[in-house]
Design a protein around this ligand. Structure first.
Ligand code: IPD
Ligand code: CA
Ligand code: CA
Length: 265
């Protein structure tokens, strides 16, 4: 295992202990709204500080892009961090949230992890080295099309400008698949595609820290991740589709008719 991934795992476990410590006191947290329905608490910040502290101790020169504190430093190496993915769930004590950490070198993903501290599931991937869950190799599901498929997604909750597009997409998916799930942590949703718990996933309007580790996990688990046009601009557009090659194509073709000019691919 690359030393960078070992350090990232240590950082994620430190953040996980913080999330678990506050979990039974969520009603006492100070909640601030960054924008409508977009919340941050001292737990998000404490978890992020713990991750950055661990990474900086070993890699003081690496740059960081973290959800709560933004971009720091200039380096070919950049850590991309979501210290608590699924804050809304967390604040309700709804047991689905995660920590996401990835490392990019000159923009290319080198390693990443998504950690679920409740179930103690650590999903890890290294470029060219496959994907694991708690050190066991994982692979995407091998379903060939939408029929019978379980598909993950996210519902829009901050920005409602694409609500009608989403509703049309949901209708298509409800009519053509075995079911849709909106678990509430996009990073973990991507990890679930990587280990075959869901057959595919799509969501619009995500941030880089939601997707970075999960995208590498799916690629290293034998799957495909693209933007809505089938290209690799998901970090730029925030729109992502993932699954095995065939399922991914079926998902993209089903979503295609609902794309409109106000939605960048
Ligand atoms: C959110 C979660 C959610 C997704 C949102 C994200 P946060 O992250 O991943 O599943 O639907 O788009 O912003 O705000 O809890 O870190
Ligand atoms: Ca997030
Ligand atoms: Ca977050």
């Amino acid at each position: 295992m690359q030393p960078t991934l070992t350090i990232a795992i240590r950082a994620a476990r430190a953040a996980g202990r913080i999330l678990m410590r506050y979990l039974d006191r969520v009603d006492q947290l100070h909640i601030q709204a960054k924008s409508q329905n977009d919340f941050v608490t001292e737990v998000d910040r404490a978890a992020e500080d713990a991750i950055i502290h661990e990474l900086r101790a070993k890699y003081p020169d690496h740059a960081i892009l973290a959800e709560e504190s933004g971009a720091h430093g200039k380096s070919d190496f950049q850590w991309v961090i979501d210290p608590l993915d699924g804050t809304t769930n967390y604040l309700h004590g709804f047991p689905q949230f995660s920590i996401s950490i990835a490392l990019r070198h000159r923009g290319r993903l080198e390693c990443g992890l998504v950690y679920d501290p409740l179930r103690e599931e650590m999903f890890t991937a290294e470029r060219g080295g496959g994907a694991q869950m708690n050190d066991r190799r994982i692979r995407v599901a091998n379903r060939l099309g939408l029929e019978g498929a379980l598909i993950g997604t996210g519902f829009p909750f901050r920005d409602q400008r694409q609500l009608d597009t989403y509703l049309a997409m949901f209708r298509t998916m409800i009519l053509n698949t075995a079911g849709l799930r909106r678990p509430g942590s996009a990073a973990l949703d991507l990890a679930y595609v990587a280990c075959g718990r869901t057959d595919g996933f799509w969501e619009l309007g995500l941030a880089e820290w939601d997707m970075a580790a999960g995208a590498l996990l799916i690629n290293e688990a034998g799957g495909t991740v693209t933007d809505l046009a089938g290209g690799d601009r998901y970090f730029q557009t925030g729109n992502i589709i993932g699954g095995n090659l065939k399922l991914h194509r079926a998902l993209r073709e089903a979503l295609q008719p609902h794309l409109n000019s106000s939605l960048s691919a």
